[in-house]
Design a protein around this ligand. Structure first.
Ligand code: HEM
Length: 414
């Protein structure tokens, strides 16, 4: 990706010169990102000049092979955002998603290895039988609260409370502390100032870490505080923030998008022979075609760098479009059964740890199966075109998922 020696600079372009910046923050982009990716593919090459929010430029990578090369080159594409962060307004709405933290996601080299080892080893001892049983225990009472009404918004009444309870369970977080974490997350969505939200969150998570130091349990937080990496209280707070943000928002969006596919695509309705493709197939398809983290994996070259004959500036975010790369015609042939190639979990040293992937897929699948087993005649309450997607450069996230179904009595185990 370096300029070949002796070749004239004029053979190359700057990212600025490629064309107008595409605003990833616009509601129009959220409404139909795939049309935007197609337009990008026909107007630009593998790299697209974009805006993450008004006045905040970045480069979006939409070519699969270019993305894989960047993701596997952490020396030239480091993940630590601090040089860039020093140049941007401190009140950017999406800052909590990208700001520096002492965690694996925002670190490089030996520091990254220390955090990643602690996280992976803490997650490795997760008992997936226990995870499955916990989803079942949590799903039943939630479904019972709305099943006799004949309608529901699945996101607020089922998916969000379920994934939140699941991450509390995995982290061994008692209900009282869990409620304070939930209140802080809600405050963030309601636009309460970042300092107040951070104080609420930090106090609750510090208490959780201290509780597990004093009273260990068989949970991920205990394994993190006991890990030989000897994480400090501040580091523990940031690992827990990372677990909550990864463990709530992303599975929530994957469950919602998968349910949307299963409720609207005739392939997922039982055929005359009674055969219905398994939920796992729908999850695989969504991960490959419409992943919940659509654009992410930010890196910040420390000096101007040449990629695919385009000069990218120093200390400006390079964002991988997992969604566009997965739909790159060079890769996606519609065979989702063998979709190990897709980038929904990223690739390279910062890829989602295997242990987190296995637990996430299990939670997503079990949450969907519990719901559809209880209410098999569930239908979308509006046309798919009426659904509203949350604006934002990084996620693929429905605001609501309204459904209707024949009312049925509360489940036996509630
Ligand atoms: C459907 C669920 C999930 C998806 C699709 C997903 C996807 C991803 C992606 C794309 C990355 C790379 C991000 C980047 O480089 O900026 C990542 C990293 C990571 N994920 Fe996940 N994730 C999921 C769930 C989880 C859960 C539940 C956890 C933990 C409880 C988790 C822990 C992590 C960690 C610690 C990293 C950073 C790894 C590193 O930097 O070395 N993820 N994930």
């Amino acid at each position: 990706m370096q300029a070949p020696a002796g070749e004239a600079d004029e053979a190359y372009s700057s990212i600025e010169a490629l064309g107008p910046r595409v605003p990833l923050h616009a509601p129009e982009f959220a409404a139909d990102p795939h049309a935007a990716y197609r337009a990008m593919r026909s107007h630009y090459g593998s790299l697209v000049p974009v805006e993450l929010s008004p006045g905040v430029p970045a480069t979006l990578v939409i070519n699969f092979h270019t993305a894989v090369a960047i993701l596997n080159d952490p020396m030239r594409f480091p993940a630590d955002p601090r040089p860039w962060q020093a140049t941007i307004p401190p009140d950017l709405a999406f800052l909590p998603m990208v700001e520096w933290r002492p965690n694996a996601l925002r670190s490089d080299g030996a520091v990254h290895a220390r955090y990643r080892t602690a996280t992976s080893e803490a997650l490795a001892d997760l008992n997936l039988h226990d995870v499955r049983a916990a989803v079942e225990r949590i799903a039943g009472p939630l479904i019972s609260e709305f099943c006799n009404t004949g309608s529901a918004d699945l996101i607020s009444q089922y998916i969000l409370p379920l994934v939140f309870s699941m991450i509390n369970h995995v982290l061994g977080c008692p209900p009282e502390i869990g409620q304070r974490v939930a209140a802080a997350s809600a405050a963030m969505f309601e636009g309460v100032d970042t300092a107040t939200v951070n104080t609420m969150l930090n106090e609750a998570l510090l208490e959780l870490a201290q509780l597990k130091r004093e009273t260990p349990g068989g949970d991920v937080t205990t394994r993190l505080v006991q890990h030989p990496a000897e994480l400090t209280d501040v580091e523990m707070i940031h690992q827990l923030v990372t677990h909550y943000s990864a463990g709530v928002e992303i599975p929530q969006n994957l469950i919602a998008s998968t349910l949307l596919l299963m409720l609207t695509d005739s392939r997922f309705v039982a055929n005359s022979a009674g055969f219905q493709p398994p939920t796992g197939s729908a999850i695989d398809e969504v991960l490959a075609s419409d992943p919940p983290l659509a654009n992410y994996c930010l890196s910040y070259p420390r000096q101007p760098i040449l990629v695919d004959k385009v000069w990218l500036p120093a200390n400006q975010p390079v964002v991988i479009s997992l969604a566009a790369c997965n739909n790159d015609p060079a890769m996606n042939n519609g065979d989702y059964a063998r979709n190990g190639w897709n980038l929904a979990w990223s690739a390279g040293p910062h890829a989602c740890p295997m242990q987190a992937r296995a637990a996430s897929v299990l939670i997503v699948q079990e949450a969907i199966d519990q719901l559809l087993d209880a209410l098999p005649e569930m239908r979308l309450a509006v046309s798919p075109q009426e659904l509203v997607w949350r604006p934002g450069p990084f996620h693929r996230a429905l605001t609501t998922l309204p459904v209707v179904f024949p009312p049925s009595p509360p489940l036996r185990y509630s």
